[in-house]
Design a binder for this molecule. Structure first.
Ligand SMILES: [Zn+2]
Length: 62
């Protein structure tokens, strides 16, 4: 299935949107929503998403 927010195919376990508590979204968008809700700027949010991807890539290559 595809994430309704970013239209990418969801890999692994989906997250539930914090806005309506039922829409399934990808883990990245779940992280974005959580950061939006606490008031982080989009620059900070994208930085965090990048870091999460970096960590995942590091784990995969080990
Ligand atoms: Zn998404």
């Amino acid at each position: 299935m595809k994430c309704p927010k970013c239209k990418k195919e969801i890999e692994g376990v989906p997250a539930i949107s914090r806005y309506d508590n039922k829409t399934q979204i990808c883990a990245d968008c779940g992280t974005r929503e959580a950061l939006e809700i606490i008031g982080e700027s989009s620059a900070v949010i994208e930085n965090v998403i990048d870091k999460i991807h970096g960590i995942k890539d590091t784990i995969r290559t080990k």
